[in-house]
Design a protein around this ligand. Structure first.
Ligand code: NDP
Length: 439
């Protein structure tokens, strides 16, 4: 029953899970008898706080800060922080809810949480970003800890922000703890963490394709976004012989039939903090579509002929109309880098049509899995090299794929990775909750 109509994304995420687990609930009535669903839907703790900070003109600005500690049945709360003007209680709640099952799927001992602020980092100076992060952490530090709650990055929170957040934590707590992941490599960060979500999505796609005796070699790929996940997905795709031909930001889409010039995208987005439109200054044979010219109820990034689509920007960015266009253009696989990027109607269409569909909570779990590897390195005071972490990431992605696939088969829906991932994740959390009593 919906009790807060404003939290539409949260209800969308809940419906997706509840529909999938119906056959499991029939088979194991114990979950209903012990009110597992009712308990799971209510976060263990929600923290909302004021984040006051001073801008470069000396004016005091105020933002809303959030941390949802959703479920700790499997381990300390773990999940990123998002800084974006669209952040509100419903968005953080949907992300936290998804995180519970994603983290369970990794097979690692981590619970689910998420947080952020309705702060817009765009156009802010470095000093403003630092003052914001310091103010945000001045409240958050009392709620987190290496065995309690370990935040990481998400949209708008990369290594620079994690650095400022960690600096302030250390100052307030007087402890050098593994309390955040995605840290700089000089001070406790893990190799491969930056690349992990994007690389992991591609490893997951590889598993799906192996099962069809198919490979990434020569495949044309559409990617949305041009941030951390999109850039590292494109990097791995090139490494494995595929060709990314589109990417986007919140202002528009680039299509480049020769293949996206990834070094240029990195320069524009990572070094200059610029807009993708600038890509045309170097490549006049590429095509740019401004957001204002996108097709009605859809996105230009999905309207090209390609073999695989990787949504890597944000929620609900691939609509039913986009899904139809992808299918008409011969797309065979959709593998999600972002959280819940595909609308419910589009997901149903993909599943009905029988194309390969990798849901984000399984396919983008490489980021949080590598965060847990960072926690393990911090706890043991060891540092593993790049190859070692990358190998573990690959193995974890393969295990997640096999787990979701096996579970889908067990419940009579082979190839339905949505059902498989939801049941496999839910079952682990629910069993841990049963074993821990009424908590
Ligand atoms: P970044 O902030 O690095 O990049 C986000 C990208 O998406 C940017 O290109 C941004 O455009 C675009 N974008 C953001 N919001 C919108 C919007 N409302 N409309 C259109 N474009 C938008 O974030 P990440 O790459 O880290 O995250 C991308 C997705 O992946 C998110 O859904 C996140 O939750 C998910 N994810 C991230 C993980 C991680 O390890 N970072 C782990 C698992 C999931 P612009 O440059 O214009 O802002």
């Amino acid at each position: 029953k919906q009790t807060s109509p404003a939290q539409v994304e949260f209800y969308q995420a809940v419906e997706d899970v509840l529909e999938s687990i119906e056959p499991l609930l029939e088979e194991r009535p114990k979950y209903r008898e012990h009110s597992i669903i009712e308990r799971l839907l209510e976060p263990e703790r929600q923290i909302m706080f004021r984040v006051p900070w001073m801008d470069d003109d000396g004016k005091i600005q105020v933002n809303k800060g959030y941390r949802i500690e959703f479920n700790s049945a499997l381990g300390p709360y773990k999940g990123g922080l998002r800084f974006h003007p669209s952040v509100n209680a419903g968005i953080v709640k949907f992300l936290g809810f998804e995180q519970i099952f994603k983290n369970a799927l990794t097979g690692l001992p981590i619970g689910g949480g998420k947080g952020g602020a309705n702060f817009d980092p765009k156009g802010k100076s470095d000093a403003e970003i630092m003052r914001f992060c310091q103010s945000f952490m001045s409240e958050l530090y009392r709620h987190i800890g290496p065995h309690t709650d370990v935040p990481a990055g998400d949209i708008g929170v990369g290594s620079r922000e994690i650095g400022y957040l960690f600096g302030q934590y250390k100052r307030l707590a007087n402890r050098f703890d593994g309390v955040l992941t995605g840290k700089g490599e000089l001070w406790g960060g893990s190799q491969v963490r930056k690349e992990a979500t994007g690389y992991g999505v591609v490893y997951f796609a590889q598993c799906m394709m192996d099962d069809q005796d198919d490979s990434l070699d020569g495949k044309r790929c559409l990617i949305s976004g041009s941030g951390n996940v999109a850039i590292h997905a494109m990097e791995k795709l090139y490494e494995l012989g595929a060709k990314p031909i589109s990417c986007s930001d919140s202002s528009g889409t680039i299509y480049h039939d020769n293949g996206i010039d990834l070094d240029l995208v990195k320069r524009i987005k990572e070094e200059q903090g610029g807009r993708l439109k600038e890509y045309l200054k170097t490549h006049d044979d590429a095509e740019y579509t401004s957001k204002d010219d996108y097709p009605e109820e859809g996105h230009s990034v999905w309207r090209y002929e390609a073999d695989i689509a990787f949504p890597c920007a944000t929620q609900n960015e691939l609509t039913e109309k986009d899904a139809r266009a992808l299918l008409e253009n011969g797309c065979k696989y959709i593998v999600e880098g972002a959280n819940m990027p595909t609308t419910q109607a589009a997901v149903e269409l993909f599943i009905e049509s029988g194309v390969g569909y990798g849901p984000g909570k399984a396919s983008n779990a490489g980021g949080v899995a590598t965060s847990q590897l960072e926690m393990a390195q911090n706890a043991s005071m060891l540092r593993w090299d790049f190859e070692e972490v990358d190998e573990k990431l690959k193995e974890i992605m393969s295990n997640i794929y096999q787990d979701a696939k096996r579970t889908a088969e067990e419940f009579g829906h082979p190839n339905n990775l949505v059902l498989g991932a939801n049941i496999a994740g839910f079952r682990k959390v629910a069993d841990a909750m049963l074993e821990q009593g009424v908590v």
